[in-house]
Ligand binder design. Structure first.
Ligand SMILES: [Fe+2]
Ligand SMILES: [Fe+2]
Length: 171
C-alpha cells in the first residue's frame, strides 16, 4: 500500500463524509418504505432513487481514497427514523438532512483548502455543486407538500413529484 499523500485532517473528513452519505442512503430508504406504506408511490420511488444516489456519493468518496492508497473505513450506521406523522415531516427531514450534508461537504472542503490538498478540493467542487441541486429539490418538495392541503392534492402531487423535481435524482 502506497504511503498516503492525504493530509490526516482531510482523510478524517473524507471518511466522515463517506459514512454520512451512507447514513443518508439508509435514511432515504426508510423514508421510501414509509411512503410506500402510505401508497405514496411517487414519493417512494423518488426516495428510493435518492437512496441509490447517496450510495453513489459514498462510492465516489471511497474511490478517491482508494486511488490515493487508502482503505476507506466504514462505520456502523444507526437505525434511521422509520415512522413519520405526515408526508410533510418526511419532506422536512429530507431538507434538514441535505442542509446538514452541505455543512459536511463544506467542512471537507475547508480542511482540503487549509491543507492545500488540491485533489480533494477538486472532488469537493463536484459535491458542492451537487448540494446546490439537492437543497433545491428538498426545498421545493417541502414547499409543494406544505401547499397540498387536501388528500386529493396530495395524491396529485404524488403522481407528479418525480417529474416536478426534475426526474430521477442526479439527472
Ligand atoms: Fe449525497
Ligand atoms: Fe443528498
Amino acid at each position: 500500500m502506497a504511503k498516503t499523500k492525504i493530509p490526516l485532517k482531510v482523510l478524517t473528513e473524507l471518511n466522515r463524509q463517506l459514512n454520512y452519505e451512507l447514513t443518508a442512503a439508509h435514511a432515504y430508504l426508510a423514508m421510501s418504505a414509509w411512503c410506500a406504506g402510505q401508497n405514496l408511490k411517487g414519493f417512494a420511488s423518488f426516495f428510493s432513487k435518492q437512496a441509490s444516489e447517496e450510495r453513489e456519493h459514498a462510492e465516489k468518496l471511497m474511490e478517491h481514497l482508494q486511488d490515493r492508497g487508502m482503505i476507506p473505513e466504514l462505520a456502523a450506521i444507526a437505525a434511521p427514523k422509520h415512522n413519520f406523522g405526515s408526508l410533510l415531516e418526511v419532506a422536512k427531514q429530507a431538507q434538514t438532512m441535505e442542509e446538514a450534508n452541505t455543512r459536511g461537504i463544506n467542512t471537507v472542503y475547508e480542511a482540503a483548502a487549509a491543507a492545500r490538498d488540491y485533489p480533494a478540493q477538486v472532488l469537493m467542487h463536484w459535491f458542492i455543486n451537487e448540494q446546490v441541486e439537492e437543497e433545491a429539490w428538498a426545498a421545493e418538495m417541502a414547499d409543494r407538500v406544505q401547499s397540498a392541503t387536501c388528500a386529493g392534492s396530495l395524491l396529485d402531487l404524488d403522481r407528479h413529484i418525480e417529474k416536478l423535481l426534475g426526474a430521477a435524482p442526479g439527472e
